[in-house]
Ligand binder design. Structure first.
Ligand code: PDD
Length: 278
């Protein structure tokens, strides 16, 4: 079952009009929340980011936080989803193709679920390999836009290289993963991730991980880091709703640390999942 603008429908019966601006212009916002043991993980933060993204591009938020949550929970129950992802998309709505649109347009809402392993992951045992690529995205990456062409191309390059993620680079510095936040741990033990700005998505998992580090009085620094610095890291990992915390074992073919999943990344992963189940 999926949810489309007010109705729960079997996916075969659900459709979006050809003139939807999400389809024509990528004029929309999305969110992805993990579901573990039937529970929505960090969902309030995802819905707050959805609200912020919508405000930034002047699409009215069609629902309150409470209504969004109720719809999501109903869909999770209807689909009997215990583990996987729930995806929300809100587009500016439907109108004849023109860059400008009528002011009173009703946003289109689509929600679907995907059953897939989240707690475990086929890549986890060996760790992820990543390549670095130029960051081809636009200048407002803090907005979770459905215009994802640069990320699709980065993921295709990663797949062609036989690796699972691409870390994107601007002015010699790593911005983030194609669909994740990048972290490195220096040989001195400093945990680094890039500070929030228009250059990166404010990751919900990133925020939760920084809180876990704070609680444990582990020092972290929010600053840009270069590819050279990443290659010398003791550990590297990336975070996202779908991968939680994923240790990185090679960057551009160079082993990170001893080339096996880093202990701190694995520990943070366990702690995050534990907190989600709490
Ligand atoms: N991607 N950076 C980018 C560019 C992302 O697309 C994502 C998430 C993240 C991590 O954000 P969070 O921790 O809030 O999931 C960082 C989702 C999972 C996706 O596009 O499928």
């Amino acid at each position: 079952m999926v949810y489309v603008s007010g109705a729960f429908l079997p996916i075969e019966e659900a459709s979006i009009p050809v003139m939807d601006r999400g389809f024509l212009f990528g004029d929309g916002i999305y969110e992805v929340t993990a579901v573990i043991a039937g529970r929505l993980v960090d969902n309030e933060a995802h819905l707050q980011r959805l609200d912020r993204s919508l405000r930034e591009i002047d699409i009215p938020n069609p629902h309150s936080l409470g209504t969004w949550t109720a719809i999501q929970k109903e869909l999770v129950a209807l689909n009997g989803l215990t583990e996987g992802l729930i995806y929300i998309e809100v587009t500016r709505g439907v109108s004849e193709r023109d860059f400008l649109s009528p002011a009173d347009l009703k946003p289109t809402v689509v929600i679907f679920t995907q059953a897939k392993p989240v707690r475990t992951n086929a890549t986890l045992a060996k760790g992820a390999q990543v390549i670095t690529l130029p960051d081809l995205r636009w200048a407002r990456r803090d907005i979770k836009s459905t215009s994802l062409l640069a990320q699709v191309l980065a993921k295709r390059s990663a797949a062609a290289a036989g690796v699972s993620e691409a870390w994107m680079v601007e002015d010699g510095m790593i911005t983030e993963g194609a669909s994740s936040t990048a972290f490195v741990i220096t040989p001195a033990g400093e945990i680094i991730t890039r500070p929030l700005s228009h250059a990166v998505l404010p990751g919900v998992t990133r925020r939760a991980i920084l809180r876990l580090l704070e609680e444990r009085e582990l020092t972290f620094v929010e600053r840009p880091f270069s590819v050279e610095e990443a290659l010398k890291a003791r550990e590297a990992f990336f975070t996202s709703a779908s991968t939680i915390v994923m240790p990185v074992v090679t960057i551009d073919g160079h082993p990170i640390g001893d080339g096996t999943p880093g202990p701190l990344a694995m520990q943070l992963r366990d702690l995050y999942i534990e907190a989600a189940l709490d």
